[in-house]
Design a protein around this ligand. Structure first.
Ligand SMILES: Cc1cc2nc3c(=O)[nH]c(=O)nc-3n(C[C@H](O)[C@H](O)[C@H](O)COP(=O)(O)OP(=O)(O)OC[C@H]3O[C@@H](n4cnc5c(N)ncnc54)[C@H](O)[C@@H]3O)c2cc1C
Length: 498
C-alpha cells in the first residue's frame, strides 16, 4: 500500500519530522541504515528555539531537569540574563538521549522505524516516489506520495535529486574526546591558548568533553585513523596538563566545512537537517536548526496529504527555511573566525567584547544564536508580531478551563486561534474561523501576562501556525479569513461545494 511519506534517516531531524507528520495525520515510515542507534554523543545541547519546539510537543519535559546555558558569539560571552526574552539554551544533553526521546515518542504515535534498511535509490513520477532499499531480507521497494531526505551531510537523497551542495571546504580541524577521569578544570566556552583553543565541560555521569583546535593540526582526512594519544598529546602541548590516563568513551574530529543545498525541494522530494546544511558546530545550532526545519515542513506536508493545503504552501518550506540556513552558515563562519583565529583576531575580539554590552547588539547576536530572531513572511499580515514565534511561556487564563501556556495549546500540532480580547475583538471578528473548525483549535481567555512582547503589547486575537509562528494578529490590515485561507486552505463549505 502506498505510504503518505517516507523519511530517510533516523537522526534527530528524521525522527522529529516523522512525529510531526504523524501528528498531522499522515501515514509515515522511517528508513534507517544503522541496525541500532549509534550511541554517539555528538550534539550536547540545543538552542532556545529548539527547546521551545520540543516544549510545543510536550517533549521538553521528557528531558527532566535541564541545565540552561549562558550564551556566546564566537567565544565572546553575552549576558542572556540582561535580555527581555529568554535566549538560554539547553546544555549537557548528549545527542543519543535526544534521539532516544524522539524515537520513544514515535513508538507511542505508532510510527515504525525500519532499522537496518539502507535506501539505495528512488524514482519519482508526478504522483509518487518509489524508494529502493537493502534490508536484512535483501532488496525491496516502497512507494509513498512524498520522500524526505534527513540522511545527513552525505545525503544520497540530495545527490540523487541532483541538488547542488555549494559552500566552502575544510580549512581547520577540531578534535574531541568524551572521557572519564581527565581531572581537567572546566572551560565551558573555550579558552584561547598559544597555538589554538581548548574547551572542556561536563556531559553526564562523570563524562567530560574535551575539544581542541590546534592551529598546526590539519583537518583529518580519515577520521578512523584518529587516535586518542594524538588528542592527549595536543592537549598537553597546549595546556601543560596530561589527560593520557583518562578512560576514553568516544573520539572524533570535525572541520569547518560549510555547505548548503541550493534547493530544499525537487518535486516530491524534500531535504531537511544536515542533508540541507552543514557548518562548524558553534552554539549548538546544527541539530537545533534541523529540528526547526522538521517543525516547518511537517505540518505543511501533512496538510497537503490531508487535502487542505492551499496552493503554494509546500513551496514556503524552501522560501522560509533556505534563508534561515543561509544565515546559519554566515553566523557559524563568523563565529569560527572569531573563535579560532590566532593573535591577529585579538583586537576584534576585544571590540566585540565591548559591543556586546550595548543591549541592542546583545539582543541581535543572541537572537541569531538562539533562533528567536527567525521571522517569516506572512503576506498581508501587518501586526508587528506577524511572522515571529509567539513565546510558548505566555499564559492564557480561560474561563472554566483554567490557565494554559501557549506551548500547551500547540501540543496537538494544529493551528490555534487565540482570542484574548476585552472588547475590540468581538465575536464578529472571530466567527469566520468556524469555517475552519475541522483544522484549527480556538482558545478563548485573557492574557495573564499583561507585559508586552518587546515593545509590542499582546494581541487580542492571534492566529498561530502549528509550528508556533504568528500567521496573523489583530489589528492587521488584512482580515482573519484572508489569513486563514492563506495558510490553512479554503473553508469547509467551499471544500464541500467543490
Ligand atoms: C562534534 C559535534 C558537536 C555538535 N554539537 C551540536 C550541539 O550541541 N547542538 C546541535 O544542535 N547540533 C550539534 N551538532 C550538529 C548535529 O550533530 C547535527 O546537526 C545533527 O546530527 C543533524 O541531524 P540529522 O538528523 O540531520 O542528521 P544525522 O544525525 O547525520 O542523521 C542522519 C541519519 O541518516 C542515516 N542514513 C544516511 N544515509 C542513509 C541511507 N541511504 N538510508 C538509510 N539511512 C541513512 C544515518 O545512518 C543517520 O542515522 C554537533 C555536531 C558535531 C560533529
Amino acid at each position: 500500500m502506498t505510504k503518505d511519506a517516507i523519511v530517510v534517516g533516523a537522526g534527530p531531524v528524521g525522527l522529529m519530522l516523522a512525529g510531526e507528520l504523524r501528528l498531522g495525520g499522515a501515514d509515515v515510515a522511517v528508513y534507517e541504515k544503522l541496525p541500532a542507534p549509534s550511541g554517539e554523543s555528538r550534539g550536547v545541547g540545543f538552542t532556545r528555539r529548539a527547546a521551545e519546539i520540543f516544549d510545543q510537543r510536550r517533549l521538553l519535559e521528557r528531558f527532566g531537569e535541564v541545565e540552561w546555558a549562558q550564551g556566546h558569539f564566537g567565544g565572546v560571552r553575552i549576558d542572556f540574563g540582561k535580555l527581555d526574552d529568554n535566549h538560554f539554551s539547553v546544555r549537557g544533553i548528549p545527542q543519543f538521549q535526544t534521539e532516544e526521546i524522539l524515537e520513544t515518542w514515535l513508538r507511542e504515535l505508532g510510527v515504525v522505524v525500519h532499522r537496518n534498511h539502507e535506501i539505495t535509490g528512488y524514482r519519482q513520477t508526478a504522483d509518487e516516489v518509489t524508494v529502493q532499499f537493502e534490508g536484512p531480507d535483501g532488496p525491496g521497494e516502497e512507494t509513498a506520495r512524498y520522500l524526505v531526505g534527513c540522511d545527513g551531510a552525505r545525503s544520497l537523497v540530495r545527490s540523487l535529486a541532483g541538488i547542488d551542495f555549494p559552500g566552502w571546504g575544510a580549512t581547520r580541524g577540531m578534535y574531541m574526546a568524551d572521557v572519564v577521569g581527565s581531572g581537567v578544570r572546566p572551560r565551558p566556552i573555550g579558552e584561547r591558548v598559544d597555538g589554538g583553543m581548548v574547551m572542556a565541560f561536563d556531559l553526564q555521569n562523570g563524562v567530560d568533553r574535551i575539544v581542541i583546535h590546534d592551529e598546526n593540526l590539519r583537518p583529518h582526512e580519515d577520521r578512523s585513523k584518529l587516535r586518542f594519544t594524538e588528542i592527549a598529546d595536543a592537549w598537553q602541548r597546549m595546556t601543560g596538563e596530561s589527560i593520557h590516563q583518562a578512560e576514553v568513551r568516544w573520539i572524533s574530529s570535525f572541520t569547518d566545512t560549510t555547505r548548503q543545498a541550493s534547493a530544499y525541494r525537487a518535486g516530491r522530494v524534500f531535504l531537511a537537517g544536515d542533508a540541507a546544511h552543514i557548518h562548524m558546530p558553534a552554539g549548538a545550532q546544527g541539530m537545533s536548526v534541523g529540528v526547526q526545519d522538521a517543525a516547518n515542513l511537517g505540518w505543511k506536508l501533512a496538510a497537503d496529504i490531508a487535502g487542505w493545503a492551499p496552493e503554494g504552501l509546500l513551496d514556503t518550506y524552501h522560501s522560509e527555511r533556505h534563508p534561515v540556513g543561509r544565515m546559519l552558515m554566515r553566523n557559524t563562519r563568523a563565529q569560527t573566525r572569531l573563535y579560532l583565529s590566532g593573535e591577529e583576531m585579538e583586537p576584534l575580539r576585544e571590540v566585540m567584547g565591548e559591543l556586546v554590552h550595548i543591549p541592542a547588539v546583545a539582543r541581535h547576536l543572541a537572537g541569531m544564536v538562539s533562533g528567536l530572531d527567525v521571522r517569516y513572511d506572512m503576506g498581508g499580515a501587518t501586526h508587528p508580531l506577524a511572522g515571529l514565534r509567539l513565546s510558548p511561556d505566555l499564559v492564557l487564563r480561560r474561563a472554566g478551563d483554567g490557565p494554559v501556556r501557549v506551548a500547551e495549546l500547540l501540543h496537538a500540532g494544529r493551528p490555534v486561534l487565540i482570542a484574548a480580547g476585552s472588547g475590540t475583538v468581538d465575536n464578529e471578528t472571530l466567527r469566520p474561523a468556524d469555517g475552519w473548525a475541522d483544522r484549527i483549535d480556538v482558545a478563548v481567555g485573557t492574557w495573564d501576562d499583561t507585559a508586552a512582547v518587546g515593545d509590542t503589547s499582546l494581541p487580542e486575537a492571534v492566529l498561530l501556525r502549528p509550528d508556533g509562528y504568528v500567521a496573523w494578529a489583530a489589528p492587521s490590515s488584512d482580515s482573519l479569513p484572508e489569513a486563514l485561507e492563506r495558510w490553512f486552505g479554503r473553508p469547509r463549505s467551499a471544500i464541500a461545494a467543490a
